[in-house]
Design a protein around this ligand. Structure first.
Ligand code: ADP
Length: 478
């Protein structure tokens, strides 16, 4: 088989590869980084809130214990002791106030160095203290507040201890500063990590794109990805892609092979046709020679037409387009008639024919197609079996199928060629001396497939071959 020059060339100019796009990578990184930042922010806010709540609680407990302490002192020793106590245990942070039942200040000690002390005292005096109130606060504009613990004594007077809430600001500000200090490098690290992970995750897709672009640019289908370098779901994609490439490559190579063979096999009869016509044109006056040339031309044309028709029949089966003209067929009868016909035809070859059948074997099939298939098997047996050999034809029903076997004592087929005999336009090396197109067995297989059947071959070089055709036994029309 020769390959025709120019078959491999790609007539369509390959499009320039697209510039690599990182849009998905950038988006993935941005999404990851955004979500990470949001989570970090939520975490910091939660810790800030818990810290603030803890500090508030601790402050309230402290104020309560102080109020209780002063209340005990007041009960035991009166206001003079409180005054003494307040100046002794004096704490610069606390505002201590004792008020009578009319909320008139009996005693007040202001926090040291807190300019807001006097105004808070005034606010306390102006305020209606509810008897059951234990904790309250007095606001000092936007950010500040004084938090108070309050207790009412039996005689109706109040003891109030307060503290500027700004004492909590220190630890909270420290916390915010620490968070900001940590957040910056952490966010930077998250951005770099996100970009790295997105790049890593999308690498197999980029390889895939590169491979596809490479195939588009060069037309070479032998490029493959490396599944061993990919993990998870993308590994399955890479494996499937490689398998797809494998199949496409096999298909394209198969088609190229068929095209090469068809081109080669058409060239021979057409060159012959041209030669015959040219020769006849040189001697237009020689009528008998011209007539012979014309008859040769018809013969050669028939050969080309047969070849093209057979190729189209095979394609029809492969694409599911072959229409079967179904009817009831007795396969035994059909095979016997063909055996008789070929036995007569091969008389001069001194081939002995035998036919065995277990009885009528009726199925629903396209009779002319089935006849064509069995005839092709018999034709090959006659063609390849040397004089003196024998051809045995058998028909029987087995496992719901009609089994037709054609066994000969021909040269046999080498083991390595057995699978190839069904290929379109395949001809064994030693068979080229015989007439033939290399399409007979491909058509037999196509007809068997169209009938939902199959065909097989077994052969021993030097001893002969056995071809079998299996057609399902169907008794009612499909
Ligand atoms: P053709 O006979 O026109 O060459 P086929 O498709 O019928 O094409 O057969 C393909 C090839 O299979 C043949 O060229 C031949 O090498 C081999 N072959 C087919 N039938 C036989 C047979 N009965 N004995 C030996 N070889 C055979």
């Amino acid at each position: 088989m020769s390959s025709s020059p120019g078959m491999d060339s790609d007539p369509v100019p390959a499009p320039a590869p697209l510039p690599p796009s990182r849009l998905v990578s950038v988006r993935l990184t941005a999404w990851y980084w955004g979500l990470f930042s949001l989570s970090l922010l939520i975490l910091f806010a939660f810790v800030y809130w818990s810290l603030d709540a803890t500090l508030r609680k601790a402050n309230a407990e402290l104020l309560h214990s102080k109020v209780k302490e002063f209340a005990d002192t007041y009960k035991d020793s009166g206001i003079a002791e409180i005054r003494r106590d307040a100046s002794q245990k004096r704490s610069d942070e606390f505002l201590i106030r004792v008020a009578d039942s009319q909320n008139r200040t009996l005693f007040a000690s202001l926090p040291d160095g807190d300019p807001q002390g006097p105004s808070v005292l005034l606010a306390l005096e102006a305020r209606n203290v509810l008897p059951a109130e234990r904790l309250f606060s007095i606001g000092l504009g936007k950010w500040g507040a004084f938090e108070f613990a309050n207790t009412r004594l039996k005689n109706g007077s109040f003891i109030q201890i307060g503290r500027n809430a700004s004492h909590r600001r220190g630890p909270l500000e420290h916390f915010v500063a620490s968070c900001l200090g940590v957040a910056f490098p952490v966010l930077l690290l998250a951005l770099a990590g996100g970009a790295f992970m997105a790049d890593r995750a999308l690498r197999p897709l980029r390889n895939l794109t590169e491979t596809v672009q490479n195939i588009v640019a060069t037309g070479k289908l032998d490029a493959r990805l490396s599944p061993e370098k990919t993990a998870g779901e993308l590994r399955e994609l890479v494996i499937s892609f490689d398998q797809m490439l494998e199949k496409i490559q096999a298909l394209v190579e198969g088609m190229r092979g068929v095209l090469d063979n068809v081109a080669h096999d058409l060239r021979t009869p057409i060159t012959r046709l041209r030669g015959i016509a040219e020769l006849a044109l040189r001697h237009p006056a020689d009528l008998p020679a011209c007539q012979e040339a014309l008859s040769d031309c018809v013969e050669e044309s028939d050969r080309v037409i047969t070849m093209l028709n057979t190729l189209m029949d095979i394609s029809e089966v492969e694409t599911g387009a072959m229409k079967l003209n179904l009817s009831r067929v007795d396969v035994t009868d059909l095979a016997r008639q063909l055996t008789d016909f070929y036995a007569e035809l091969a008389e001069e070859n001194h081939l002995s024919f035998s036919f065995t059948a277990s009885g009528p074997c009726v199925t629903v099939a396209d009779e002319s197609r089935l006849r064509q298939a069995v005839a092709n098997l018999l034709d090959n047996a006659v063609k390849y079996t040397p004089a003196g050999g024998s051809v045995q034809v058998g028909v029987r029903a087995a496992n719901g199928r009609a089994l037709i076997t054609v066994r000969d004592t021909g040269p046999g087929i080498p083991r390595e060629d057995l699978a190839r005999v069904w290929e379109r336009l395949y001809r064994g090396d030693k068979s080229r001396s015989q007439r033939g197109l290399g399409l007979g067995l491909s058509l037999v297989r196509a007809i068997a497939q169209a009938h939902l059947g199959e065909c097989r071959v077994s052969s021993t070089v030097g001893a002969g071959s056995e071809f079998s055709l299996r057609i399902p036994l169907i008794t009612s029309e499909l």
